[in-house]
Design a protein around this ligand. Structure first.
Ligand code: PLP
Length: 332
């Protein structure tokens, strides 16, 4: 049975580093969307709580409901309003028109579009939003924005940060409450010299050990496969779909119990994809299995997804988040 192992100490190490950069655990919003980036939210959420995290963000209500007793504040990032909002959650206001579709009393953080143009409202609409929210009985508790290019050295980061600073001023002048503000995701936090005094950070991937701007992080997740069967592949015999691997000599091979149905990218054997021990997968990947030289009953597929991300021309996020939630996960 395939297995995901999560390294508790590595997670603690990363979170401590984030807290020291952000100015304390109170200033972290841990983004645990999409099964905590594929790691397993049922293990990561309680661990984050035990370390002192009190504010988390999820993609939707279904995710958040599982942990509503655990955290003081839960932000829902991608909710389409339906007038049935949960009074315990805070919802991201992603669009001006949504204002009229929330249940009265709903708590909101306004997404400000400072230049990414994915979600949010413009600076010009902030005053209007506060006025309408008051009439509609909606409770604006904060403001946030998201950077388009925080992972690259791109000037747009500074333009967006400046716009957000203006937005904070406008909003605070319109509200009698002390508003919450947050803008920095993982790479923004670690590329910046400091976080503005009035801000929280809103970090996802860096919790799990990946960030181009910080090299003392530790990887939290490793993936293991287990041996399903074994045989000797004789010289000149071929293996797997399309018979893409040929044995140049007799070799011991084994088939392991992980495939693209488990969320691994489908490897087509057109170039060499190496596993954790630097040996290549033999032949194409099947739906539920792949073959390898016989390395025993348990095999580490990866303990760092950077090389897989590079191989498949994608980002670490995608390799991690696609790991099927049905794979067994343990924390130790
Ligand atoms: C996913 C997400 C984050 C976290 O981003 P990381 O790069 O993983 O730190 C922050 N804010 C929003 C709005 C997101 O969608």
């Amino acid at each position: 049975m395939a297995l995901i192992r999560l390294d508790k100490k590595a997670y603690e190490h990363n979170l401590t580093l984030i807290a020291s950069k952000a100015g304390g655990f109170d200033r972290i919003i841990c983004v645990l969307k999409d099964n905590a980036y594929g790691h397993g939210d049922f293990l990561i959420a309680p661990l984050a709580r035990s370390l002192g995290v009190k504010f988390v963000a999820f993609r939707n209500e279904d995710e958040a409901l599982k942990f509503s007793d655990l955290f003081d504040n839960i932000l829902i990032l991608s909710h389409i309003p339906n007038s049935k909002e949960n009074e315990n959650f805070i919802y991201a206001l992603n669009s001006k028109e949504h204002l009229y579709k929330y249940k009265s009393g709903t708590k909101l953080h306004i997404a400000i579009d400072t230049g990414m143009h994915r979600n949010g409202i413009s600076l010009d609409d902030i005053a209007f939003i506060f006025k309408e929210a008051k009439n509609l009985g909606l409770d604006i508790l904060g403001l946030f924005t998201h950077f388009a290019s925080s992972d690259e050295y791109d000037a747009s980061f500074f333009v967006q940060r400046e716009k957000f600073r203006q937005a904070k001023k406008i909003a605070q002048s319109l509200s009698s409450k002390k508003l919450s503000f947050h803008s920095h995701n993982s790479s923004a936090l670690f590329r910046s010299a400091f976080l503005d005094d009035d801000e929280l950070c809103r970090v996802g991937l860096v919790q799990f050990g990946y960030c181009a701007f910080e090299n003392s992080l530790k990887k939290v997740l490793s993936l293991y496969a287990h041996k399903l069967s074994q045989r000797i592949l004789r010289k000149n015999e071929a293996l797997g779909y399309g018979l893409r691997f040929f044995a140049k000599e007799d070799i011991n091979i084994a088939t392991y119990d992980l495939g693209y149905a488990d969320g691994l990218f489908r490897y087509d054997a057109s170039a060499q994809l190496l596993l954790a021990n630097k040996k290549p997968i033999l032949g194409k990947m099947s739906m539920d299995s792949f073959s390898w030289e016989d390395f025993g009953d348990e095999l580490c597929v990866f303990d760092d997804v950077s090389s897989w991300a590079k191989f498949f021309n994608t980002i670490e996020y995608e390799i991690l988040v696609k790991l099927n939630s049905k794979i067994k996960r343990v924390l130790s």
